[in-house]
Design a protein around this ligand. Structure first.
Ligand SMILES: Nc1ncnc2c1ncn2[C@@H]1O[C@H](COP(=O)(O)OP(=O)(O)OP(=O)(O)O)[C@@H](O)[C@H]1O
Ligand SMILES: [Mg+2]
Length: 233
């Protein structure tokens, strides 16, 4: 319990501007909850998100105010668990981050997932570049492509990076459409990124995918230079 508490406190200390969903675990008892369960659940949320994030983005923070507004919207529509009082994601808007190579789309997206976990919102996220989803789904012996598909499509919160980045084939178009359409029909919050220019999006991902993205997401265009080339603003 002490370990869990210090893990939570250390993680949150790095983000003093964030108001944790549960500020004082002892107070959970007064609300008719179980403070031990609250600490355990909150620690599990932090660990689950941490384990998902590649080393390069382990310290990423969402700094774009439009991305922060999306984090707030998700946090405020989450609902507390009956026993631990830890809030869990319950639907919410999706986000589409657009912008050229290297401006920080993936950084903002992982930063947003980290913030949600540090605030203390449970959402068991999944995250992958869509090119990795294609690679994992590619039909071959011993692989259940539909199970791989479902592990992303049905996730409570999904970060799907690099839409329209892979060379498209009929099969990749179908998988992209099915993934986006599943998220769309089930109204599941999703962060998408693409380095397509807004006007090119339809051409890059297909008009039916682009149309759904336009309806379901808050669109954020990130401008600037390629940070990998040392041209950061
Ligand atoms: N706000 C930031 N502060 C510090 N470093 C950043 C920030 N945003 C991005 N970076 C760093 O800049 C590099 C490029 O960022 P990122 O990978 O997010 O770009 P991207 O827009 O996703 O590019 P691509 O379109 O090629 O996928 C990474 O090393 C990332 O860690
Ligand atoms: Mg990226």
């Amino acid at each position: 319990m002490t370990d869990n508490l210090s893990l939570i406190n250390r993680a949150r200390a790095a983000f003093p501007q964030i108001t944790p969903a549960i500020g004082a675990f002892a107070a959970v008892d007064e609300q008719g909850g179980d403070s031990f369960a609250a600490i355990r659940d909150t620690a599990a949320i932090l660990t689950a998100t941490n384990d998902l994030i590649p080393p390069l983005y382990q310290r990423a923070d969402a700094t774009d105010e439009r991305v922060l507004a999306w984090v707030d919207a998700l946090a405020s529509s989450s609902v507390p668990n009956q026993y631990s009082k830890v809030p869990y994601l319950k639907g919410g808007p999706s986000l589409l981050l657009l912008g050229p190579t290297g401006v920080g789309k993936t950084y903002q997206a992982y930063g947003a997932l980290r913030r949600l976990s540090i605030i203390g919102i449970g959402c068991a996220p999944a995250a992958a570049s869509i090119t990795d989803v294609f690679a994992k789904m590619r039909p071959r012996p011993g692989v259940d492509s539909e199970a791989v598909f479902a592990s992303y499509a049905a996730s409570k919160l999904l970060f799907l990076d690099d839409l329209g980045a892979a060379k498209s084939t009929e099969w990749t178009e179908e998988v992209t459409y099915r993934l986006v359409n599943y998220r769309y029909e089930h109204q599941l919050p999703t962060v998408f990124t693409s380095n397509a220019a807004p006007k090119e999006l339809g051409e890059r991902v297909g008009e039916r995918v682009a149309s759904r993205l336009m309806e379901m997401t808050q669109r954020v265009v990130i401008k600037g230079a390629d940070r990998r080339l040392g041209g950061a603003a």
